[in-house]
Design a protein around this ligand. Structure first.
Ligand SMILES: [Zn+2]
Length: 378
């Protein structure tokens, strides 16, 4: 049934729009956006949300629904499937309540995320990340070695119907015995995976912390670098030549920096990582605000809005740029920019209403007044 939502203000995914917007919805899609302030026809049911700002539902391009933020990642190998599925559903609901209407799951076990696509937010699925034997997140079951191993692993994921392929180009900190500085795959191995995924129209997201792994992924033509901290033993050391190539190849960097405030001062490495991202933004890197929700106690599934606030305050994005980084830009990075991340005719009616105006104070994002998913109020 056709219905409409009225708000005081709107951010359409790119900019603020004045004039009491009226968003008309039918069959889960936005069919019209009227900024004229005109009275709608008498037979159109209107939900007037009052003094709120309407935004596109947020897109968190990096989560792990199967992870327990309070748990230990390596223990996931022992969890029963029904325990994992129940946790995934609860985590998905936590995200949705915070206005995150799309989550991209970048690493599960046994492709279980394919079974929670109806959990609330739209769930984009990677399945188990492709990693080397004993490599980062091996316990999720995605071990694959050499050119043939990578090709077979990516082919399997395409056949399973994933939305994105996730490959671990470097080690990571949540895996015992794995080092974030260590490069796991060669450029050729990464490229072999990229070719198969791209032939199927599926983007490739690559986990990379250390400079050599990031450079290999960029060289291989991946779609997004996840983390991209340029970690080195003494602290982050950015290879600016790689950053230049990133910009030229229009590869996204999904920062995974969003977290709930811990109450503690930020660690020097984290401060440096954010300074580097601010510089990358100035150089034209397409930065996406994302959370890596699930990997630690401050990485709850409602963390993303806190990261958006930080993008505005610490990374030099300003309010509109910060909001875009988790709506239109994030949707583009996930390959769904033609139906998510904007309030415009033809787009999915995934909407978030917050009190006040996040374009003057991003913290308004933390005061959620209404969430709509496919036109239905949550
Ligand atoms: Zn992750």
């Amino acid at each position: 049934m056709k219905h409409a939502i009225r708000a005081e203000r709107m951010f359409d995914g790119e900019r603020e729009c004045g004039g009491a917007p009226l968003v008309v919805i039918a069959d889960g899609k936005i069919v019209d956006v009227d900024l004229s302030g005109a009275r709608p026809s008498a037979d159109l049911p209107v939900t007037d949300l009052g003094d709120v700002t309407l935004l596109p539902g947020l897109v968190d391009s990096h989560v792990h629904l199967g992870f327990d933020p309070a748990g230990v990642a390596v223990d996931l190998q022992h969890d029963a499937e029904d325990v994992m599925l129940e946790r995934m559903r609860a985590n998905a609901v936590e995200a949705l309540r915070a206005g995150i209407t799309t989550v991209r799951d970048l690493g599960d076990r046994s492709y279980l995320t394919l079974r929670v696509r109806d959990a609330g937010p739209e769930v984009l699925v990677a399945g188990p990340p492709v990693t080397t034997t004993g490599g980062h997140c091996w316990f999720l079951g995605g071990e694959a070695d050499g050119l043939d191993g990578v090709r077979a692993a990516v082919t399997e994921r395409v056949e399973r119907g994933v939305d994105v392929v996730k490959i671990m180009a470097t080690g990571g900190s949540v895996t015992p015995g794995s080092s974030p500085f260590h490069q796991q795959y060669t450029t050729e191995e990464l490229r072999a995976g990229v070719e198969i995924a791209h032939a199927a129209g599926i983007p490739v997201a690559v986990h990379a912390h250390g400079a050599s792994g990031i450079a290999a992924a960029v060289e291989a033509g991946v779609d997004s670098i996840e983390h991209g901290f340029f970690l080195a033993p003494g602290g982050p050391v950015v290879d600016w030549a790689t950053v230049e190539t990133l910009v030229r190849k229009e590869i996204y960097v999904s920062t995974t920096t969003a977290r709930r405030p811990s109450g503690e001062p930020m660690a020097p490495v984290s401060v440096k990582v954010r300074e580097n991202f601010a510089r990358m933004r100035e150089l034209g890197v397409r930065l996406v605000c994302s959370s890596d929700a699930g990997v630690g106690p401050f990485k709850r599934f409602d963390s993303l809005p806190h990261g958006i606030v930080e993008f505005g305050e610490l990374l030099g994005f300003g309010t509109a740029g910060a909001l875009a980084s988790a709506t239109s830009v994030a949707a583009n990075a996930c390959g769904i920019g033609k139906r998510k991340g904007r309030i415009a005719p033809g787009y999915d009616a995934d909407l978030l209403a917050v009190a006040g105006n996040p374009l003057t104070d991003l913290k308004a994002l933390l005061d959620v007044r209404a969430v709509f998913r496919g036109g239905e109020r949550v």
